[in-house]
Design a protein around this ligand. Structure first.
Ligand SMILES: [Zn+2]
Length: 227
């Protein structure tokens, strides 16, 4: 399961890994926390139109990668907070889809790169996702309404946090880089005019460099003891 703040975050962060898992026959579910309603500088597009455009773009990207299920939680874009409601909504999807592995953004602000200070929605989604994995999805008595919906507790085995600077796990995406590029290109409203192929290759190549992998995605991994 991939939990992210925005439509396109998964394609920017972990699409090579997702494509490779789908190729291996694994089932991948996307949980997109926000509605994407703020992601434009085009004055002719309304928020309502943008929500529909970004939904369609995300679904198209998912099809390219082989992701069959995309859940849109619909929280307002750029206003995401790590609330108990968000934690419960993510825990609900974890209990429903019962993933072995959850990929999510980092819950901390990274100030080590010039030009980008991070998006508050990413931090909120990371915090809520980790708190949903542990303890909300796992504990029977937390959010009893989920139990009432017939959703039994579930223990996730591993969390992969998209955090290149603190990475301890590199996934070789050399075989799926082309698919990852094609998936990101589906987000026309977000990457229009940008050379997606060049950017994606450069970024994945930089990530792979410390491990001599041509193209890689890097994560901080946490394993949980599951009986
Ligand atoms: Zn984002």
């Amino acid at each position: 399961m991939v939990v992210v703040a925005h439509a396109d975050d998964a394609e920017f962060g972990c699409s090579g890994t997702v494509a490779s898992w789908c190729r291996q026959g694994m089932e991948v579910v996307y949980v997109i926390c926000t509605d994407g309603s703020k992601g434009t500088s085009d004055p002719s597009i309304t928020s309502q139109e943008l929500v529909q455009i970004r939904k369609r773009e995300q679904e198209a990207a998912a099809r390219v990668l082989g992701v069959k299920t995309v859940v849109f939680l619909g929280y307002e874009d750029s206003m995401l907070e790590p609330t108990l409601a968000l934690r419960r909504d993510i825990a609900r999807e974890i209990r429903r889809h019962r993933p072995d592995v959850v990929i999510c953004p980092s819950p901390t602000r990274n100030l080590s790169h010039q030009g980008y200070i991070g998006h508050p929605d990413h931090i909120a989604a990371g915090e809520a996702a980790l708190s949903a994995v542990f303890p909300a999805a796992r504990d029977r008595l937390t959010f009893p309404e989920l139990l009432a919906e017939g959703l039994e507790p579930h223990k996730v085995r591993e969390v992969l946090i998209s955090d290149r600077d603190n990475a301890d796990t590199w996934i070789d995406v050399s075989d799926t880089i082309e698919t990852a590029i094609e998936a990101l290109q589906q987000h026309v409203s977000q990457v229009g005019g940008w050379d997606v192929a060049k950017g994606m290759r450069q970024w994945r190549a930089n990530t792979g460099k410390p491990k001599n992998i041509p193209y890689a995605e890097a994560f901080k991994s946490f394993q949980f003891w599951v009986d």
